[in-house]
Write a protein that binds this ligand. Sequence first.
Ligand SMILES: Cc1cc2nc3c(=O)[nH]c(=O)nc-3n(C[C@H](O)[C@H](O)[C@H](O)COP(=O)(O)O)c2cc1C
Length: 218
Amino acid sequence: MDFRDISKMRVTVRKFDQRQVEKEKVDLILEAGRWSPTAVDFQPQRILVLNTVESLGKVRQFCTFGYDRKYVELAEECDTADHKHNVYYYGSPLVFLICWDKTACWTHPQNGQSSGSTDATIVTTHMMLEAASLGLGTVWISYFDHAKARELLNIPENFEINGMLYVGYPASDFKPNPKMSGKRYPIARTCFDNCFETPYRTDFFEEAAEVKFETQED
Ligand SMILES: Cc1cc2nc3c(=O)[nH]c(=O)nc-3n(C[C@H](O)[C@H](O)[C@H](O)COP(=O)(O)O)c2cc1C
């Protein structure tokens, strides 16, 4: 698969099979993150691999809370009647918690802005696309209780939490969310031709991606 195929076939998976992700694939995902560019090559990412029953039990605790339907989507089976104790865990057998070290990242000398979050985001993106190329599903998770995660996972004070990446084989009955996955604005809405008054026009036929995953039946 070339990059274009991978970037188009990747969709968010919110229902995972219980099959473990092979160590070789975990290693390849981490390796893809390792080769990400970071500002001044400072590599401030700090990644926690969570794949034991005990660790995943902690993830369940800090990603369980209520929501406003307007902002959040979740797999139906994670929704509770009162919407107050929903579990945003989706049965993932492998979770990467991606942090960045405040004491190890580049800071813009003029505006004082740290590059840590950008660096960690690029690393996560590389990992997500490598996982897709290996036939795995992923979901990027921002919506969880960071303070509780810090406490339960004993995250050092100088580490900022950037997010989580859940990884695993999609459940055999997984279906992409039709409201979000495979839908993108046309290029002309988000890209501009030399000035922001002129939308950029591509010659691409902007078709929806076809989703193919390896499932347990394969
Ligand atoms: C920075 C970021 C944060 C996200 N946070 C969550 C989240 O907390 N929970 C969740 O279920 N999905 C989350 N997502 C997944 C998005 O909802 C999803 O990528 C988007 O709807 C497009 O769908 P697609 O990934 O299938 O193309 C997040 C994605 C990104 C890039």
